[in-house]
Design a protein around this ligand. Structure first.
Ligand code: ATP
Length: 130
């Protein structure tokens, strides 16, 4: 039996899982880019404390879903290298979880940013014509 691992070894392996997904999954890189843009915009338009909570939660759930999707895809590929309807269902359902979380994050993003960006747009427009 394997020797008991330290907390730091587990943490390093978990981080290795995230970096693996970033290196191998294009969608994960898209999520990371969108997350960076969202956090930068949130900082620029000075969102409230609770809006930070909602955005952080939305972004992390999408990325966590993508990590689980990668885990499902990898596990399916390990056991099924040829076409199988059940493999298709497993992968599609895991991808569906990512889609659901992404739509949820989009709705939260629109609710938070739309009024702020519209306000900013109006201020810039008024300043331009005055
Ligand atoms: N062994 C298989 N049997 C049947 N269908 C499969 C199999 N492998 C993949 N598929 C189908 O192809 C799709 C893409 O699977 P793939 O493993 O290539 O994931 P991906 O290209 O990384 O997709 P994602 O965009 O969800 O990350 C799956 O959602 C599934 O519909």
């Amino acid at each position: 039996m394997e020797q008991e691992r330290t907390f730091w070894q587990s943490l390093r392996d978990a981080w290795g899982g995230i970096t693996h997904s970033l290196k191998t999954e294009r969608n994960m890189r898209i999520h990371a880019t969108v997350a960076t843009v969202v956090f930068l915009t949130a900082w620029l338009v000075e969102v409230s404390r609770w809006e930070w909570v909602a955005l952080t939660f939305a972004v992390s759930t999408v990325m966590a879903a993508e990590l689980l999707n990668t885990a499902v895809e990898t596990t399916v590929d390990l056991f099924m290298s040829t076409y199988h309807p059940l493999a298709r269902i497993a992968k599609n359902v895991a991808a569906g979880a990512v889609l659901l979380m992404a739509v949820n994050a989009l709705v939260i993003g629109v609710i938070i940013f739309y009024p702020k960006l519209m306000h900013l747009f109006k201020v810039l427009l008024l300043n331009y014509f005055n």
